[in-house]
Structures are given as C-alpha cells and as structure tokens.
Design a protein around this ligand. Structure first.
Ligand code: ATP
Ligand code: MG
Length: 607
C-alpha cells in the first residue's frame, strides 16, 4: 500500500497562512442546500429530547441545524474521534446550529464512568460546548430506553416487528448471503397480539437470555442483508451503569441509534462509511415511527464520511487498549498514543488538531493521511506562540581558559534574548535572562578535533559565537585515558557580547547554543519517536505488536536555561535547533523539570 501525501485535501497545498475561508465539502453543500430549501425550518424544539408530542409543545427550533457526537463510553477518544468531533461541532458552529454530546450507552456491558469523564474532558479541551450551553449535561442514550420500548410495542402492533425464537445459528443460516435470499422464520407470521404478549414476557424476565429476539419485519429477500429482518431487541440480564437492573432486554445499536437522533431533533447525523449499509434501515425505522406520530417530522438524515486513517497510527479502541494493558506504553495518556489525552501530553494544542481536521477535509473515499500532516499543524501553531529557550541535550563542558583574566575571577555576565523572534504585531517579546561564566555546556557535536569539510562550529583555531553571549575561539580539548573528549577549551574574545556595539567587530560563520554551568538546570527530556515502524501497522490483519518501534522513547538528561526550568506543566517551548517541547503535564515539577519532545523543527518523517 502506498502512502500518498493527503490526497483528499482541499487545502493541503496552500501555504502556512491561516485559512480564513473554509474549503467547502459535500457535507457543507448538503447543509447549505437544506438551509436554503428550509428542509428543517418547521421543526420545533421543546428544550429537551423527546417524542413528537413533546417537541410539538416547543418553540420553533432556534438551532438551524443539530448534529451530534455519539461516542460509546468504552475507551479513550483518539485522533479519529477528534476528526469526527471537529466535523460535528465545527459544522454546528459554522451554520448557527447546536451539536449534541451523547453517550451511546445502550450496551450494558462495556461502559465505565472513567471513560465518560475522559470523553467530556477531551471534547471540552478541544474547545467545544455541547447541547447549546457551556457545561450542559451530556445526553445519554440510556435515558431513552422507555421510549425505545414503547416504539417497539408500536412496531409490533402495526405489524412491523415479531418475536423470533429461532436459535442464533438458525437465524444466521436463514439470513442467506449476498448471492442467496434469506428464508422466512417460522415465527414470522405470529399475530401482533401474540408478539406483544411474548415481548412483554421478555421484558418481564420470563425468558432466558438469548432464547428469543424481537426482529423488524421488513424483507428477507432484500439485496441489503441489513434489511433482512434485523434484530432490534435482545434479552440480556446485565446491570446497566445508568438504569441498573430495570431492564433485562436491551435495544440493538442499529435500532437505538436512529431513535436517539430523532428524539434529539438531529438534522444531519454524520457517521463513518461503515454505516452506509445501515442507512436504509435507519430511514425505514424513522419512517415507521414518524408515520405513527411517535417521532417528530421531518426525521434526521444520515450521511457518511471517510474515517481518518493516519500513517504509523492505530485508531481502534480495542487495539489501543491492548497497548495499554500489555504495558507497551505507559497508559492511555502516553505521549506516543494517538489518544486525545496522549496528544495533549505530547504537546499538541487544540488549535493544531482543529487545523488538522480542516486540512484533511471531508470526503467519501477512504485514504491514508500522512502523519507529517498532523505534525505540520502543530509546528505551525507553535512557531509563533512557543517561547524560545536553549537546552543542551548531549552536553560536554566548554572551558573559557582566559575568562578569569579578562572578565575577572568568578565573574558571571548577565545575558538576555527575546523569547519570541516574531511577537504579535504591536507587542514586544518577553525577555529571557541567563548568565555566562568561565564554564558553559555545549552540544558534543559542536566540537570536532578534525573538522569535516564545511564544518563551521568549534575546532582548534575557529571562532564561533555563543548565541546571545560572546565570540569565542577554540583552542583544543582535554581527553580521558580512552581518548574521549572531557572538556572543550576556548578563549573568550572580550567586548563581543551580543547586543553591544562590539558585537560585530569579529565576524564568525556560526552561532552555537549553550547553557551556563552556573545557572543551567538538569532536566529529564523524553525524546519520542513514532510508536510503529510500519506505516500501516494493522492493515490487512497484520499483528501490529510486531512493528512496535523499540526506540520510540529515549530519555536523556539535558541542561536547560533558567527560563525553561521555571516552566509550568503544559508550557510549550522551542528548544532552539532541537524542536518543540512541552513541560510534561504529569511529571514536570518545580526543581525537577521534565520535557517531552512534541515535534521536531523540520519534517523528518520517513527520512
Ligand atoms: P473504535 O473503532 O476505535 O472503537 P468507534 O467507532 O467504535 O471507534 P465510537 O465511540 O462508536 O467509536 O465513535 C464515536 C464517533 O466517532 C462515531 O461517529 C464514529 O464514526 C467516529 N469515529 C470513530 N473512529 C473514527 C475515525 N478513525 N475517523 C473518523 N471518525 C471516527
Ligand atoms: Mg462504535
């Protein structure tokens, strides 16, 4: 499989300039068309979700459109969900609508309040409010169980549903396949009265788990297998986190979801392509329930878009859970995880993720987005915002042998540099302060005893500038018994301090980063790389564990300038020449700085 650069992007080719005009896409066109035609103009909204009678008492809906983000609270959200969040909340925002946050908690077994809270945090962090008011309570699909049950009784009475007592295996065989029409169940011709009686018995706990299901009565010969009398209720004795033991029958997802949308007066129900085959049932069900006046008209419509596939990334909750439970990563918020909590801890910003969602666009065909597109969005956001600072990641000591003579023994000279090279117009950059003395830390790679061709940094006889400090001239190095460099030696050229009139008196070809021994602070720096070596770690059923990158985390002890050591958790910086780093939100403490590499300065992906 190839990894094309994002093919389905309307805006990828444009420069880094902020996109003021949003590129159109098929969803925007549908919404604009509906607004123009007034498709939903007659809708009423009673302030809370409800049936047709409930909304009939309401006001004309102040929301021009209603979208929803309906996660199942069975895991942490990932970058694919972020796409869906940005689409649903973004469209509602752009068209005077409201987006609902709804927990799709109809499956009693898998839900957990830990996940509920993490989803609320993630949506909030991305910058969105739901249900029309800041901090409104999210909706819960399980609050609609009563209505779903009532709707099922209605379908039975109208002859649109029946209780089937075939075994699961018989049902599977009788469903047929793509080349073979299905066979009617022997229970299909039961009368509505009989179906109603047995369905009520199911609800009252008089039948065993799995002994029977309620099925919609549609067409066993339909070319769409989803229309061959899909199951809509099953018996399952399980305690639900919201409704406890009230129910021992639970609606199937395909039945519950359209009803949830309709009760909430959703206009545009946006989902990923795998639900395309479910749309005929979605429409069938809502037609039945609106013609029975149970649900308000016009019903919501479903539209499908391509899910996000990102190279080097897995976006399946189940597989992400495996990485966590098998301790391949430190947790859901490990900075290598594509979860929203992981991205956040890695140093991603809501703005970067929103830009990403816009840039990749919305299409109806599956494709792979290059990981570098995501990184580019972060770089763009941090370029102008992140304070600069110097950090030495692979330190060796540099001794200025004439310092005491020319500057005074033990002297520390104050230096400063702007934190922002391009402060916002009309503002001045904050200033970073640090000192230089006889000893400073430099990067090991900035000294070569025998310089390769074109090398401009330190080698005996060469002059460079210590950035924001002085020009120095290299005189050599001290070594240990094995020949390893222990100290680089140089002399300071007096009167060349940056920002003084003498600064330009000596020309140099390079300026190198450094940190003073006197005021530099040790910091743990976590250098992250991609978690997988394979661009498509789980494609074609591959075992993604096999392509885990053994070097996806390297921890180094760096020395950072004082302005970095004073960072607050979550503060982002550009470590000059190294990349963008974030003070770790969990482990970074005053006096014990910990930084994560968020993204390098240049795109080095795949190189
Ligand atoms: P997973 O397969 O990881 O378990 P899911 O689809 O089961 O994800 P839900 O909680 O049901 O997760 O998803 C909530 C919403 O997010 C759905 O509308 C779903 O279509 C959307 N979504 C999930 N994964 C992606 C993705 N990779 N790209 C875009 N949207 C996604
Ligand atoms: Mg799902």
């Amino acid at each position: 499989m190839s990894t094309p650069s994002p093919a389905n992007t309307a805006a990828t080719a444009t420069s880094a300039a902020p996109e003021t005009v949003k590129p159109s896409n098929f969803l925007r066109q549908i919404i604009e068309h509906d607004l123009e035609k007034g498709t939903y103009a007659t809708r009423r909204w009673a302030g809370t979700p409800g049936d047709a009678a409930h909304h009939a008492q309401g006001e004309p809906d102040p929301a021009k459109i209603r979208t929803r983000f309906p996660p199942e609270p069975n895991g942490y959200l990932h970058v694919g969900h972020a796409k869906s969040i940005c689409i649903n909340f973004g469209l509602a925002r752009d068209y005077g609508g409201v987006c609902h946050l709804r927990f799709d908690d109809t499956n009693p077994e898998k839900e957990d309040t830990e996940y509920v809270n993490s989803i609320i945090d993630a949506v909030k962090w991305l910058g969105f409010d739901w249900n029309g008011a800041p901090d409104a309570a999210p909706y819960q699909a399980s609050d609609y169980f009563d209505f779903m049950y009532r709707a099922a009784e209605y379908l039975i009475e109208a002859g649109h549903a029946y209780v089937d007592e075939q075994t699961a295996e018989q049902m599977r065989v009788n469903r047929g396949d793509f080349s073979k029409p299905g066979v009617d169940s022997p229970f299909r011709s039961r009368t509505p009265a009989e179906n109603l009686r047995i369905f009520r018995e199911m609800k009252d706990g008089q039948h065993e788990d799995g002994s029977m299901v309620l099925r919609a009565k549609i067409d066993m010969a339909s070319p769409n297998i989803n229309m061959r009398d899909p199951a809509i209720y099953r018996i399952r004795r399980a305690t639900h986190h919201n409704t406890g033991d009230t129910w021992c029958i639970y609606p199937m997802y395909t039945y519950a979801h359209p009803i949830e949308d309709a009760l909430e007066q959703i206009t545009h129900s946006l989902c990923t392509l795998e639900f395309e085959d479910q749309r005929p049932f979605y429409d069938w069900l809502l037609e039945r329930l609106t013609e029975g006046n149970l649900l308000a008209s016009p019903p919501p419509r479903q539209y499908e878009f391509a899910r996000l596939n990102l190279t080097y990334v897995i976006t399946s909750k189940r597989k992400l859970a495996q990485l966590v439970y098998d301790h391949k990563v430190s947790g859901w918020d490990d900075p290598r995880m594509p979860t929203i909590v992981g991205l956040r801890r890695r140093g991603y910003t809501p703005a970067a993720i929103q830009t990403f969602a816009e840039r990749i666009g919305v299409t109806k065909s599956d494709s792979w987005i290059d990981y570098s597109t995501l990184e580019g969005c972060l770089r763009e956001d941090l370029e102008l915002k992140a304070h600069r600072g110097m950090a030495v990641l692979n330190p060796v000591k540099l001794v200025l042998t004439n310092w005491d003579d020319v500057m005074g023994a033990g002297h520390l000279e104050p230096c400063s540099l702007p934190a922002l090279p391009h402060p916002p117009e009309g503002t001045e950059s904050p200033v970073r302060h640090f000192t230089i003395g006889k000893e400073v830390w430099i990067e090991r790679e900035d000294f070569e005893e025998v310089p390769p061709k074109g090398y401009k940094r330190l080698f005996p006889g060469n002059k460079v500038r210590l950035k924001g400090g002085y020009v120095i001239e290299c005189t050599g190095a001290n070594k240990d018994a094995d020949g390893n460099i222990t100290e680089v030696l140089a002399t300071v050229v007096p009167d060349t301090k940056s920002g003084t009139p003498g600064a330009d008196s000596v020309k140099v070809k390079a300026a190198i980063t450094w940190v003073g021994v006197a005021d530099g602070v040790n910091a743990e720096v976590r250098m992250y790389d991609r978690l997988f070596l394979d661009a498509h770690p789980d494609a074609g059923g591959k075992d993604f564990i096999e392509s885990l990158n053994p070097n996806s985390l390297k921890v180094v002890t760096a020395i950072v300038e004082p302005s970095l050591a004073n960072a607050q958790p979550d503060d982002k910086f550009q470590f000059e020449r190294h990349g963008y780093f974030v003070a770790d939100r969990i482990d970074h403490k005053a006096g014990k700085p910990v930084f994560n590499l968020a993204v390098g300065l240049k795109d080095s992906w795949g190189k």
